[in-house]
Design a protein around this ligand. Structure first.
Ligand code: LLP
Length: 433
């Protein structure tokens, strides 16, 4: 098994995904291409939904954090599987609406929602807006007033937790552009202000402590701090939060060295720690919401590239250059994220070579990984990078005027294009002069 059970090697020695030969997929759809196993995404949705229902009751609603992988088809898949979604921009809201995602099951996040975003969300009938700050609270109250509507809201709180992950993806610390810190009094102040808003119906609180977390302890700490805050709010204002959204963040393995998580037990454990925290704080257990992104989609995806050159620099290192790079996967350049890569058409050969996988951009930092164990390669081979379902397509750019790769969904032994490859004409679409 290569990291995940849906990845295998066939009798030709080729990497397969969902039973399909990746070398054949590369020939059919071209490279670079994101290939995603839809069955894996659906199975992950079911794992979360079943575990959340068992832990929190029939009305449990896990949310898919759609920033991890956003295209119209994913909203259809998630809607069919019965989850809600977290959207963070007008563009995500628009995509969800066009895909027919039920607006009532959308939570709208973001630390700087514009008036246009807020109006769009209210016009669409977005179920819940997670208000980040006082300016936004005031803007939303006045938009709701103009529209003569009431809006359900949560308030984003920063519990001040370091989840021991990469600094660039820590979002729950006090020194954060997100939310309102409890220790500074900001959280209590915005709560009082929200309670005074006539058009806004405060239902509870939200926090998100970080991403790629393998440990339940930071969630225990977050639940503890948030439930003590809920108890303090009740004491000071009489308001009892009915909902606590603990965000996303559960990790996925990118290499064999990474831990593996059982998401069903993680949900059960988080439910248990939240229940204990509610008892300690002396408040009734609120409805707990979780909003995983990465752990729903990362494993499902791989990226296929064509090798263009293999360069050996004696005394230094070996480079394998591929026909994509930081525009389709900026995560190594941004976070030095580690990946597993293999030569898809030599997948049964030993990975006894070491190479730095370089992209095709005019920039030395355009790497997918450094000194990675891999099979020996030659120009024309197909190179696969695993676990690219989350934060790859979503973070892709057209740097160096490279068209974005397609997304090909694999299911029941068949492959279909969900997002077509950008053309050169697409690149010029908005160029006016
Ligand atoms: N909820 C909120 C409010 C979030 O900000 C995030 C992710 C999630 C849920 C989902 O977290 P997940 O389950 O995916 O860890 N681009 C980075 C990750 C940034 C995560 C931002 N927020 C990366 O490529 O690692």
């Amino acid at each position: 098994m290569l990291l995940y059970p849906h990845l295998n090697v066939n009798e030709k020695g080729h990497l397969t995904i969902g039973g399909l030969d990746t070398v054949a997929l590369a020939a059919e759809f071209g490279t670079p291409a994101y290939i995603m196993d839809e069955t894996v995404i659906r199975a992950n949705c079911r794992t979360y939904l079943t575990a959340a229902k068992a832990a929190f009751g029939a009305e449990a609603l896990p949310l898919y954090a759609s920033k991890a992988l956003c295209f119209a088809g994913i909203y259809r898949i998630v809607a069919e599987e019965g989850l809600g979604v977290d959207c963070v921009s007008g563009g995500e809201l628009y995509t969800a609406a066009k895909a027919g995602f039920p607006a009532a099951r959308i939570y709208f996040h973001g630390n700087n929602k514009t008036d246009a975003d807020l109006r769009q969300a209210m016009d669409m009938g977005v179920g819940t807006i997670v208000v980040d700050n006082t300016d936004e609270l005031e803007a939303l109250e006045s938009i709701a007033e103009q529209l003569c509507k009431t809006q359900r809201i949560l308030l984003r709180i920063t519990p001040g937790i370091d989840p021991h992950t990469h600094r660039a993806i820590q979002t729950g610390n006090v020194d954060s552009k997100f939310g309102n810190a409890i220790v500074t009094g900001g959280a209590m102040a915005i709560t009082k202000k929200a309670l005074a808003c006539k058009r806004l119906q405060l239902c509870g609180f939200h926090c998100h402590i970080g991403s790629q977390i393998f440990d339940i302890d930071p969630f225990r700490d977050a639940a503890d701090i948030m439930l003590r805050f809920i108890a303090d709010v009740r004491r000071e204002t009489g308001f009892l939060a009915e909902e606590l959204n603990l965000g996303g963040g559960l990790g996925v393995p990118y290499t064999d060295e990474d831990p593996r998580m059982d998401y069903a037990s993680a949900v059960t454990d988080i439910a248990a720690v939240a229940k204990a925290a509610a008892e300690r704080a002396g408040v009734p257990m609120p409805r707990i919401i979780l909003e995983p992104g990465r752990s729903l989609v990362a494993a499902a995806g791989i990226t296929l590239y064509t090798v263009g050159s293999v360069k050996e620099i004696p005394g230094f290192r070996n480079y394998i250059s591929v026909d994509g790079g930081m525009p389709d996967n900026p995560r190594y350049a941004l976070y030095q994220s580690r990946y597993t890569a293999l030569i898809a058409n030599r997948a049964s050969e030993p990975a006894d070579y070491r190479a730095t996988i370089a992209g095709r951009c005019c920039e030395s930092g355009d790497l997918i990984g450094e000194d990675m164990p891999i099979q020996r390669a030659v120009r024309g081979d197909i190179l696969a990078v695993l676990t690219t379902g989350a934060y790859n397509f979503a973070m892709a750019s057209n740097y160096n005027r490279l068209p974005r790769p397609p997304i090909v969904l694999v299911r029941d032994g068949a492959a279909r294009v969900a997002v077509r490859r950008e053309s050169f004409a697409d690149l010029l679409r908005n160029d006016i002069i």
